[in-house]
Ligand binder design. Structure first.
Ligand SMILES: [Zn+2]
Length: 194
């Protein structure tokens, strides 16, 4: 067992109490909205790419209106917590002038959130999360897999409904292309220095 797996198991134990319900889409109207807002999130992911950040984007939607957006800014802001989800939560909190967002806010994000962002989503009281691509390198995906169908209680009475796979091919293609380009650049640099 390598170090990575050890970390995964530890994370699973920490998070096993999150109360989470994975729901299928209830109706085509909602599905249409989810596609629409995920496209917006993809546009914000592209903004991240333009400034050399890992292309992940997020929007917060309240009563069919976008109230906040965010994209990865960790490198440019020199802030390890400046993930797209955290940035959009901060902007959403400013919009509502409250550290807790409204319960019927939906977060859209192009990739399944990391552990830090999942924690922030719960603390912000966001009730619904819609994501694009899975991220199996991100351990939070794995512990959520383990949680399917279980009701737990780590965050008290808070709960979150999660829908995934919206425009997942587009969302993951942006990431794959980004890392492909980055590898190419680093290979070129290696050749230059040889
Ligand atoms: Zn994150």
């Amino acid at each position: 067992m390598n170090i990575y797996n050890v970390h995964l198991i530890r994370n699973v134990q920490i998070i096993t109490n999150i109360k989470m319900i994975i729901k299928p889409h209830l109706n085509t109207e909602q599905l249409k909205k989810d596609f629409f807002w995920m496209e917006k999130s993809i546009n914000f992911a592209k903004r991240a790419e333009l400034i050399g950040e890992v292309p992940i984007g997020s929007v917060l939607v309240y009563r069919d209106n976008m109230v906040a957006s965010g994209w990865n800014e960790a490198i440019s802001q020199k802030d390890p917590s400046a993930h797209a989800e955290i940035v959009s939560i901060r902007n959403g909190a400013k919009y509502f002038e409250n550290y807790r967002l409204k319960e019927d806010v939906t977060m859209y994000v192009t990739v399944f959130p990391c552990i830090m962002c999942i924690g922030a989503i719960f603390h912000a009281r966001i009730r619904r999360l819609v994501y694009g691509a899975e991220n199996y390198k991100n351990s939070s995906s794995i512990f959520f897999e383990n949680l399917k169908g279980k009701n737990n209680n780590m965050f008290g009475r808070n709960r979150i409904d999660i829908c995934g796979g919206i425009l997942s091919d587009n969302c993951s293609a942006i990431l794959k292309n980004f890392f492909k380009k980055r590898r190419k650049v680093s290979n070129l640099k290696t050749v230059d220095t040889v």
